[in-house]
Design a protein around this ligand. Sequence first.
Ligand code: PNS
Length: 160
Amino acid sequence: MAVALCPGSFDPPTNGHIDVIERTARLFDRVVVAVIANPSKEPLFSLGERTAMLAQSLTGVANCEVASFDGLLVDFARRHGVDAVVKGLRAVSDFEYELQMAQMNATLAPGVETLFVTATPAWAFLSSSLVKEVARHGGGIDGFVPSVVADALTRKLTPR
Ligand code: PNS
């Protein structure tokens, strides 16, 4: 049984995240999506909101489950019997930081591999930060995020 781990902040999940997770699920027997509890930047959405949005966006992916973690990714990976951490790459700029993290993780936990999936071109320009910026300024985000995320962003950012 080959197990993949797709970690991230997912603040909020975008169509790019969902695409990488769905494609990973076709290659592995099981995929664990791991939401970091305390990302380095103060998140817009709580941990509960981020995990719930992911779970609702991935209901069609039978071999995928959503969990959360704090602390080192490799500790979570070992506890869950993970074979490979799978990350999406949108551009060379992503690669530099991702390579550094992959090599640190490989040094901390030899045997936990990191694999990279290239972003589908239609989503290669997407990031959670850009989606939030567009939403904050009233721009349409329906084509960029699952509908549950679009609704949550509208609720969060619309003044009462
Ligand atoms: O979506 P993001 O913000 O790019 O995800 C980054 C994440 C959560 C995968 C990364 O920050 C992480 O693995 N954090 C856990 C702490 C850790 O293990 N640090 C050492 C890895 S080099």
